[in-house]
Write a protein that binds this ligand. Structure first.
Ligand SMILES: Nc1nc2c(c(=O)[nH]1)N[C@@H](CN(C=O)c1ccc(C(=O)N[C@@H](CCC(=O)O)C(=O)O)cc1)CN2
Length: 279
């Protein structure tokens, strides 16, 4: 049976460390501030934003959540972001994705000042990451790297396969593994004989957005399997991209859903917000 990588526990430990640090910062008059902008009423986004708010408050971060009707125009949203760019009490700005269709997400992410871009999605921060000098790192892949480190899983020299090529997970994930000297293969929905390619992996990261997509045929015995998926089955139950019951007996390590990558995404957001205030 695979060893479980407990993202919830690790996120709890990071949160506790940040809480102590913020309390020390407050003694020096520094209060980290984070604003989260949630546009529309996507139920999953509402849950994630609520969890971000709870975590920020627990740590002692000054947390501002703006719940904005989907009818907001792109220009109005850009104006709000510019106001927070200028606000010295705010060290991190995050726009929850996805955005309603009438708003150009690329334009919105570009409007966030790179120094306050605690999501690491701004093209400047992406560029810094891809030239090997990261400052802000997308929180999900960053959290995965922290999990590998905590469980003493060394990417150097290993074969890593990333399934999924999104800007917020797949691409930065591949780059972070590459920076740690893994040999990385990027794959996606059009990769031919994906199970055979995935079976080569010592470290398999799955972020394809399809429930139970990865079965035991994709997994080399003993491989590390990281599941980024967040899907609902026909009964509304939260499931990952990996068929957990089938893969667990084959893998060496595996992340659960829930309780794996998700909580680490939030912990890394908090970490990057506190780091910004520290600077
Ligand atoms: N601006 C951003 N938007 C989105 C991001 C992001 O990093 N920045 N990532 C995802 C959603 N996401 C964070 O925003 C996120 C998803 C899931 C979790 C999480 O903790 N999940 C729990 C289960 C929660 C549940 O019960 O539904 C878990 O896995 O244990 C945290 C953050 C897309 N948008």
């Amino acid at each position: 049976m695979a060893k479980l990588i407990d993202g919830k526990k690790l996120a709890g430990e990071i949160t506790a460390q940040l809480t102590e640090e913020v309390s020390r910062m407050k003694e020096k008059g520094i209060v980290p501030g984070l604003v989260v902008l949630l546009v529309g009423d996507n139920p999953a986004s509402q849950t994630y934003v609520k969890n971000k708010e709870i975590s920020a408050k627990k740590i002692g971060i000054h947390s501002v959540v703006e719940r904005i009707p989907a009818s907001i125009t792109e220009a109005e949203l850009l104006a709000k972001i510019e106001a927070y760019n200028q606000d010295e009490t705010i060290h991190g700005i995050l726009v929850q994705l996805p955005l309603p269709k009438h708003i150009d997400a690329d334009k919105v992410l570009l409007a966030i000042h790179p120094k306050k871009d605690v999501d690491g999605f701004h093209p400047y921060n992406m560029g810094q990451l891809f030239i090997g000098s990261p400052d802000k790192i997308p929180c999900t892949p960053y959290g995965i790297m922290k999990m590998l480190e905590a469980y003493q899983i060394e990417p150097e020299g290993k074969k890593a396969v990333v399934i999924g090529r999104s800007n917020i997970v797949g691409k930065p994930m591949a780059q972070l593994l590459l920076m740690q000297n893994a040999t990385v293969t990027m794959t996606h929905s059009r990769t031919q004989d994906l199970p055979a390619v995935a079976r080569e992996a010592d470290i398999l990261v799955v972020a394809i957005g399809r429930g139970n997509f990865v079965t035991k045929e994709f997994v080399k015995p003993g491989a590390v399997v990281i599941d980024v998926g967040m899907n609902r089955d026909e009964n509304g139950k939260l499931i990952g991209d990996v068929k957990f019951d089938e893969v667990e007996p084959v893998a060496g390590f595996i992340t659960p859903v829930p309780g794996g990558v998700g909580p680490m995404t939030i912990a890394m957001l908090m970490e990057q917000t506190v780091a910004n205030a520290r600077k």
